[in-house]
Design a binder for this molecule. Sequence first.
Ligand SMILES: *Cc1c(COP(=O)(O)O)cnc(C)c1O
Length: 408
Amino acid sequence: MSETFKGSFTQQEPIPEEGIAAALAVLQHGRLHRYNVAPGEVAETALLEEDFAGLVGARYCLAVASGGYAMATALRAVGVGHGVPVLSNAFTLAPVPGAIASVGGVPVFVEVTDDLTIDLDDLAAKAGSAKVLLLSHMRGHVCDMERLMAICDAAGVTVIEDCAHTMGATWNGVPSGRHGRVGCYSAQTYKHVNSGEGGFLVTDDAVIAAKSVLLSGSYMLYARHRAAPPPEVFEGLRLEVPNISGRMDNLRAAILRPQLALLADRRDRWGVLYRTLEAGLAGVPGLRLIPRPAAEVYVASSFQFLLPEWEGARVEALVARCLARGVELKWFGAAEPVAFTSRYSHWAYANPAPMPQTDRVLAGLIDMRLPLTFTPQDAALIARIIRAEVGAVWQGEVTPVARAVGAE
Ligand SMILES: *Cc1c(COP(=O)(O)O)cnc(C)c1O
C-alpha cells in the first residue's frame, strides 16, 4: 500500500507562552491603542518597533496593520501618486500590485527567471521607465542584490523591498530589506512571525520614516515613538501629510515581541525541512529544483520546484494524485486564481502586457507550504510521495485523462 501524509499544510505553531502572557496583560489593562499609555509607560508597539529595528539594523521602524499597508505607505512616502509607473515583479502575490494600485500607481512588470528571482536583464531594460521599484522577494528567493542595486542606482530608481517571505533572511550577510531605501515585512499568520495581521516598514531615511509615521495615523503623538526620527523632522511635515490610518495595536505587538527572538531558531528549523525535501527530490527525472546561491541565507516557509515543459493536463494530474495522498501542491500555471495563488495575468486592473518568459516559468511552477508544525520525518514522507507521483505521471504510466480518478 502506498504511503499517505496526514498532516495539515495550514496549521501554524501556537503563540509562545510569553506572547500569550504579554497579550493577557494588555487585555487586562485595556490600553490597546498604541498611543494610549499610562504615565511613564512605553507602549508594546513602540517597544516592538525598537526591537525590530535592532533585529535588521535599521535606524527607523514603523509597525502597521499589514504588509500590504506597509508597502502602500512606503510608496506614498517616496512620492508615488496617481498615474506614476512602478516597476515590480510579474511573479509575486496579489498584495504587491495591489499596494501599487492603492496609491494610483501603474505596475510595470518585470519577468521572472528560472531561479524564481526578478530577471535583472529585463529590469535593466525597463529601469528607464520608472523611478521606483517595488521588489518582491517572492517565496523567499533573493536575486543578486549587488547587481540589482547597481542597475537601480545607475538609473536613479528608488528600491522598496517586499520582504513578506524574507524576514530573517540575508544576502551576503545583509538582512533582507536593508539594500533598498525601504524594507516592508508582514506579520500575517502564514509568514515568519504571526499576529494574524500586521506589518513593518524600516528605513534609514528620516524624512521617509517621519512621513510614514504621519501617514499611518499618528495624529500629533509621534513623539511617543522610539524607533522614529526626532520631533524636529516632523515639524515641516506634520500639516502636509494626510492621515491614512493603519496603525498596529498593543495586543498584536505583545504577541509579536517574543516571536522576534525565535526568528533565528525558526529559520534553522525551516532550513532542515527545506533541505530534507530538497534531498528527497534530487535527481527526479522531469523535476527541476531551484538552485540556492551561496550568498543567500533563506527562511524557507515554503518550497518550490519546476516541471519544465510539462503540459497542463499532466501537471493537474500530478496535483490531484498528490492531493489524494495528502500532499497539497499549488500550481502557478492554473487558468483561474486559486486561494492565495494568482499570477500577473489575473490582475486585470493593472492591464498587464504579456510576459512570455514568466508565462513559461509559471506554467511549470509548483508551490508548497512548509509550516513549522511539520517534522523532518513529515518532509521526508512528502518528498517520497511527490517523487513517486512525479515518476508515475512523467513516465506516462498515468495519462492526463486518468486524473479524474485521483486516488489509487
Ligand atoms: C503576504 C504577502 C504580502 C503582505 O501581505 P499582508 O497579508 O498584507 O500582510 C506581501 N507580499 C507578498 C509576496 C506576500 O505573500
